[in-house]
Design a protein around this ligand. Sequence first.
Ligand code: CA
Length: 502
Amino acid sequence: MHLHSRLAALLCLPLASLWPVSAAANATTDSRPNIIVILADDIGWGDAGCYGATKVNTPNIDRLAREGRRFVNGHASAAVCTPTRYSMLTGQYGFRRDVVGVNRSVSNGAAPLTIPTDMVTAPGLLQKAGYHTGLVGKWHLGFGLTKPDYNKPLNPGPLEVGFDEFFGIPATNDRIPTVLVRDHEVVGLDPADPIAYTYDKKEAEALGLSSWAAGRNRIGWAKGGKAAWWDDTKLADIITREAVQFIERGKDRKFFLYYAPHNVHAPKIPGPRFAGASGLGARADMLLEFDDALGQLLQTLDRLQLADDTLIIYSSDNGAYETDENGHRPGGPFRGIKSTSWEGGTRVPFIVRWPARISPGVSEDLVSTLDIPATITAAASVALPENALPDSLNLLPALLGENGAPRREDLILQCGSGHLSVRSGPWKYIPDLDLVEGWKSRKKAPGAPARPGLFNVAADPGETKNLASENPAEIQRLAELLSRAKSTPATRPQTSAPAVAL
Ligand code: CA
């Protein structure tokens, strides 16, 4: 490196790298925000009034949008849970990690930890920068080095990849084990009634395990652990209360809360306050329950006078699994559902609120849950180590209205079966329409030719007109873009993510 560029690099060092740790941890002289990332489960683009819904009443999501920046072109990085959650913490595309649940499908409750413990993560960077970090809600990224034993400490897990605290659901609310975990331990487990489980049907039969757990059939088979079973009707209240308490405990220090409610994932069981409340069905009831939980978080920030200095990012881990619930359209105008490569698989709500710094408005910028790690670490003035969060773009300069702020030009999206598609400008490129339905796609005969799809999603959000045959040059450009992204370890130019000096 030439001397002058080295000097320039030095001058660009963010302030935080020069601060002593004690100063960084002192809330009274620290202008960095508290950070809350809210990642809902299966909530679609059209699931709130601020995104055009007319049959559901979502005053708290709408308030967040009114007071923040609402993105209409936001995407989950994958059309299913686990890879989006993986990328949201690591800033790395799921396709780079050859593990079931990350580059294809989703994890189950038997998955080992999917994030290597030596990998740089956003919560780990925030923790090192003096933030108190916590995850409340759904984890779904595995525990341990092999199939986890829920009767023993679940280590490594969230606490080994950057969280000071964890409370929540191991995998999904429709998978065993149906127990809540705090830090490394199952809450309320009776050692005399240990948990046995499997996701293998033959093994389940041999061991006499049942898919009946906590009052209904689940995915997987188990027995034992009954004293620790959750009650589906109380899950939302328990998780919300934990999140509120985390904020209350953190009021005198900088905190990062990753709040991951199970709403509106199956089995769709709202608490008693919301059963029947929407008049539309159990999914919409759970949506109202989520909106209420969000309201409780916002009120807690108001009460503690933390709202101005707290950065909130709200999004969802994938699109909705339904296209219609008695006239309500969870996916808005978009085609397809969770797991598919259609826009409805990944187009999700994306709202950012930071009253002290970010002016409210609506943005058409292409953004992704993948960009959350670089954005929140930049807000905390963390200097990224080289190669850290390799595919995550820092959205903060754009959010703050800085001239020349980098914008995302393209984005790779992963469907439920792991096949990739590309968004770039108005375009959506799907390499093979025979695989577009994700895990519901029919098996393709070996050697059968691919049927490329090219859609102008700006003009045709419903992806009804395949323009592939009319635009071979665009197809070639996007195919090359995808191939280049796969063959290089990072898609973010290393110069495009300066931390913002506050
Ligand atoms: Ca999900």
